[in-house]
Design a protein around this ligand. Structure first.
Ligand SMILES: Cc1cc2nc3c(=O)[nH]c(=O)nc-3n(C[C@H](O)[C@H](O)[C@H](O)COP(=O)(O)OP(=O)(O)OC[C@H]3O[C@@H](n4cnc5c(N)ncnc54)[C@H](O)[C@@H]3O)c2cc1C
Length: 303
């Protein structure tokens, strides 16, 4: 049986959905991307595990969270995009200050849940538009706090369907990344905060959101910070390097640099993958030739 027919036959035996030839444009913040051969939304952990046991080592797999850090190619994705849904987004309280959240939980929801339960330390999550899974992979952060600062452990499944629990002490986190196997699918994570009055937590959330709104654009088609700050090469922030190296009205098709934040690139209307990639390459080359500094993308290119 061909791989596609095997997938079709598997899809008949499950409660979840496999959609074939699914348009990925609507699955990500940039609103860019082609079609995927298959888009799998498992209904349960059991379904995800049986999928991995059957297809984990023979299909190309990409795990998509909220799509706020990815730029997807316009060509067909010759594999399976997995999207974890509401059955992977429970949050519960393990103790007064310890929480566990499914990896499809939106960061903001976890921050709100912590606030309702008088737990501080999760306020920064209200400013990151991703999911817990994406945040673990990217070690996302802002206002001097990152996922690693609140993480206790991760529960994950490998590509053969084996479940693992990984304490945070065994993970080496770096700026926007970690040293875990890239094939791992995160299922949930436990986090620790500190007891704090609800009103104080809420005030901090409001103040962080205000600061973010003042400096970064909102309600646009973007992937957030395009490049990482090159902290090992200079103290200057990447937006400053871009400002001094590139005319800020540079455009490729509908791909532009945000007027509010030079490290945020925007799909103004119908930008293609190529438009956005050309803009990224142009900025990277110009920063290198003007400042001598090599900048690396923070957004992930999915091909
Ligand atoms: C307007 C805007 C503002 C932003 N501000 C910030 C900010 O302040 N700080 C910051 O750090 N980032 C920021 N970002 C980037 C982005 O929100 C974060 O990187 C976020 O954590 C990505 O989560 P996601 O669910 O959208 O992941 P996706 O973009 O869907 O995926 C990102 C990576 O995570 C992987 N992944 C997702 N879920 C799982 C899972 N369950 N298991 C294994 N791997 C998984 C994907 O395979 C991919 O490699 C911003 C983005 C936007 C659009």
């Amino acid at each position: 049986m061909s791989k596609i027919n095997e997938l079709k036959s598997f899809s008949k035996d499950i409660k979840g959905k496999i959609i074939f030839d699914y348009d990925l444009k609507k699955t990500n913040w940039f609103n860019i991307g082609g079609i995927t051969k298959a888009y799998f939304k498992p209904e349960s952990l059991n379904e995800l595990i049986s999928f991995l046991k059957k297809f984990g080592s023979k299909e190309k797999i990409f795990l998509l969270g909220a799509g706020s850090n990815v730029l997807i190619k316009d060509e067909i994705f010759q594999g399976v995009i997995i999207k974890l849904g509401k059955n992977f987004s429970n949050i519960s309280l393990l103790s007064e200050t310890t929480l566990v959240a499914g990896s499809a939980t939106v960061d903001k929801k976890l921050s709100e849940f912590a606030c309702e339960n008088n737990i501080g330390g999760f306020e920064f999550l209200s400013c990151i538009p991703g999911t817990i899974g994406g945040g673990l992979k990217m070690n996302s952060g802002c206002f001097n706090r990152e996922f690693k600062d609140i993480l206790l452990s991760i529960q994950a499944v490998d590509k053969n369907g084996k479940i693992l629990t990984i304490p945070s002490s065994r993970i080496k986190f770096i700026y926007r990344g970690n040293d875990l196997d890239r094939d791992l699918i995160f299922l949930s994570a436990s986090f620790r905060g500190k007891l704090e009055d609800k009103q104080i937590v809420q005030n901090t959330i409001n103040s962080l959101k205000d600061q973010k709104d003042q400096t970064q654009p909102t309600k646009i088609k973007t992937g957030g910070s395009t490049f990482k700050n090159p902290t090992n090469q200079t103290k200057e922030r990447v937006w400053e390097l871009i400002r001094k190296s590139v005319p800020l009205d540079t455009k490729f098709g509908d791909a532009e640099i945000s007027e509010k934040h030079s490290n945020f690139f925007v799909n103004k209307n119908n930008a293609t993958f190529k438009d956005m990639k050309n803009l990224i390459d142009f900025v990277k080359q110009n920063v290198k030739s003007k400042t001598g500094i090599d900048i690396e993308t923070e957004i992930e290119i999915v091909e």
